[in-house]
Design a protein around this ligand. Structure first.
Ligand SMILES: [Fe+2]
Length: 388
């Protein structure tokens, strides 16, 4: 059943180019905007990739400042260390090339370029006041959605929390989604980013504040990713499969942006900060258990998101089929089914529970009440032996 029609605002506020080879549009964009001084923020592992190298060489007629993002989960202190001083270097635009971390890093550096306080002071929503330099996102993974979001995630090592710098101004002005650039993405990162996008689609589809736009984007996004990720893993150089997963991940990110996230994403944040479980994998570990919990508590809306075969069965059965399809795919994608490796004890489970519970905005979006007790129970179940 479709949710009730609500008022909405549809503002992408950014220009997205999609397709094999679109990276070559960069010069057109730079020249149109008269941007000559570029700060390129690039994932350290990508410097050796020939396609990326050639891409950077193609920009040598511009003034380049290259910053390496050498950490997979950037921290505020790391961001502060790489701050660029406005008086020493003229920058017109920040270009993030890499996974979500590199794009987020470019966003953070742009904020610090024109705003003088310590990086941590800008943690939260709309905390920076001075206008910032525009951002171009060129993702080399398909999934995180950072290329279209107004958020940049950073970890604060002092209080061990991941909470980003957020504000409309940091939404990239341009995103070049070129599936050819994802060929260099290693298997594990490909899976983590794609599973992240499946979590985005699922949670955005069932969120309490969902709407028709988010649901339609989520449906198409989910189908493209779930049906093509295994093909990407089997044929990593095939651009057609890469293209489908990248498009699906993008559509799922739009769904997330237009709706909301949920408990799987919320639980993955502290798990990532304390145990370095990548965000996509973390969300993937929690998702099937949250789906099971919701079905057990009378929410049967998952069959409308995706059905492998169209069957004339009850919505409960469709939702159960959806859950078993996710479980099957998770085995194929090697997404862990528990947290036993982390060896969590009661004290650590409490810590993770309390930090997840702080993310009330996401928890409230779950179609069924999902409170502190449920978070604690799920962390306990995933750490123990009573898994089904
Ligand atoms: Fe995510």
């Amino acid at each position: 059943m479709y949710p009730q029609i609500k008022n909405f605002n549809l503002n992408f506020n950014g220009n997205v180019y999609f397709g094999a080879g679109v990276r070559k549009k960069i010069k057109l964009i730079l020249n149109e905007n008269k941007w000559k001084n570029l700060c390129i923020v690039i994932d350290k592992n990508l410097k050796k990739v020939s396609k990326i190298n050639q891409f950077i060489i193609s920009l040598k007629s511009y003034n380049l400042c290259i910053i390496t993002c050498d950490i997979s989960e950037p921290t505020y202190s790391h961001l502060e260390k790489k701050r660029i001083n406005k008086k020493e270097k003229k920058i017109d635009v920040f270009i993030g090339i890499g996974g979500g971390s590199s794009v987020d890093f470019a966003k953070g550096l742009s904020v610090l370029y024109t705003n003088n306080k310590e990086a941590i002071c800008y943690r939260g929503f709309e905390k920076f006041k001075k206008p910032i330099k525009p951002i171009i996102a060129i993702p080399t993974t398909a999934g995180t959605g950072s290329e279209i979001t107004p958020n940049a995630s950073f970890i604060n090592n002092d209080d061990k929390r991941k909470m980003g710098i957020n504000g409309e101004a940091i939404r990239p002005k341009y995103a070049l989604l070129d599936p050819e650039l994802t060929v260099s993405c290693p298997k594990f990162s490909t899976v983590s980013a794609a599973v992240d996008s499946l979590v985005h689609a699922t949670e955005a589809f069932v969120a309490k504040k969902t709407n028709l736009i988010a649901r339609n984007f989520a449906k198409d996004g989910f189908k493209l990713v779930i049906e093509n990720l295994n093909k990407v893993l089997d044929y990593p150089n095939n651009i057609k499969y890469r293209e489908k997963v990248m498009l699906g991940a993008f559509l799922s990110a739009v769904a997330l942006m237009k709706s909301g996230t949920g408990p799987a994403a919320a639980m993955s944040y502290p798990t990532g900060v304390h145990y370095k479980v990548p965000h996509g994998i973390g969300g993937g570990i929690f998702l099937p258990y949250i789906i099971r919990y919701n079905i057990n508590n009378g929410f049967y809306g998952y069959g409308e998101l995706y059905q492998k075969k169209k069957l004339n069965i009850s919505s409960k059965k469709k939702s159960l089929n959806f859950l078993s399809e996710i479980k099957k795919k998770w085995v194929k994608f090697s997404v862990p089914s528990n947290l036993k490796k982390l060896k969590l004890n009661y004290r650590r489970i409490n810590l993770l529970t309390n930090q997840t519970f702080e993310l009330k905005g996401a928890l409230k979006q779950n179609p069924v009440k999902f409170d502190k007790r449920e978070i604690f129970n799920l962390f306990s179940e995933l750490s123990g032996d009573k898994l089904k």
